[in-house]
Design a binder for this molecule. Structure first.
Ligand SMILES: Nc1ncnc2c1ncn2[C@@H]1O[C@H](COP(=O)(O)OP(=O)(O)OP(=O)(O)O)[C@@H](O)[C@H]1O
Ligand SMILES: [Mg+2]
Length: 232
């Protein structure tokens, strides 16, 4: 198994202010699987992505990615691990405003000794004619494609996406989903995507539902369809 989450507990706050957010989470994913994370607002989706991405500490349990027990690593090793193996795509892009499209994407490549070819990537992202623009000069879909470029240029083994189409219209959403599907297939990138869109389950190998910080359901989908066929 590529990702193994075992007896994971995560709370925020201390003592009487402590709130348990994730409660005894257990699941595993094979390399190259595309997993959708669903659940009501506040159920813990973003928190789960953040702890898998080592952006937040956990209280107990373990997270193993590709045989690295990331829940044991020290801070500096963790940031190295993140930079090398992990891509993160946020709901609101988090681009650097003073850098152009090409510069924003290049930021993701500096630490990798064999990054993707940036020109080819920008063309694949359909951003070539916008490559010298700044984020404020781009539409939401273009910004999100730029953020995806930044996350994948280093060929991450695992890509965590927190509502990557949350701020986009129907057509842009479908294009982003197609792009994620293509990355998943081409590079065997393991993808975990938090969303409120039920339809996305149809393009996923694994569907995990959270409820109040507990996994209420995990199902495998044997009939994965093309992202362009989704409708909502
Ligand atoms: N830094 C924090 N300090 C305290 N509580 C937090 C913090 N971050 C999140 N929480 C709480 O943890 C719970 C889970 O939040 P989380 O953001 O993981 O939910 P979510 O499933 O991603 O929701 P949404 O669908 O709205 O994005 C919520 O009750 C939230 O208030
Ligand atoms: Mg969230």
């Amino acid at each position: 198994m590529f990702l193994i989450v075992k007896n994971l507990n995560k709370s925020y706050g201390t003592k009487e202010n402590r709130i348990d957010i994730l409660k005894n989470i257990n699941f595993s994913l094979e390399k190259g699987s595309l997993c959708t994370l669903l659940g009501p607002s506040g159920s813990g989706k973003s928190t789960l992505l953040n702890v898998i991405g080592a952006l937040e500490p956990i209280d107990s349990g373990s997270i193993v990615i590709n045989e690295f027990k990331i829940s044991n690593f020290k801070k500096n090793i963790l940031s190295n691990f993140r930079r090398k193996y992990l891509g993160f795509i946020f709901q609101f892009y988090n681009l650097i405003p003073d850098l152009t499209v090409i510069e924003n994407i290049m930021v993701g490549s500096f630490i990798h000794n064999d990054p993707m070819d940036v020109e080819k990537l920008i063309k694949d992202l359909d951003l070539w004619q916008h490559k010298n623009k700044y984020p404020r000069q781009l539409s939401g879909g273009q910004q999100q494609r730029c953020a995806i470029g930044r996350a994948i240029i280093k060929k991450p083994q695992i890509l965590l996406c927190d509502e990557p189409t949350g701020a986009l219209d129907y057509k842009s959403s479908k294009n982003i989903l197609s792009l994620l599907q293509k990355i998943n297939k081409e590079y065997k990138t393991t993808i975990i995507m938090a969303t409120h869109n039920e339809e996305i389950t149809k393009m996923s190998d694994t569907i995990i539902r959270l409820k109040d910080g507990v996994i209420s359901q995990k199902i495998e989908n044997k009939n994965v369809i093309d992202a362009q066929q989704l409708e909502w």
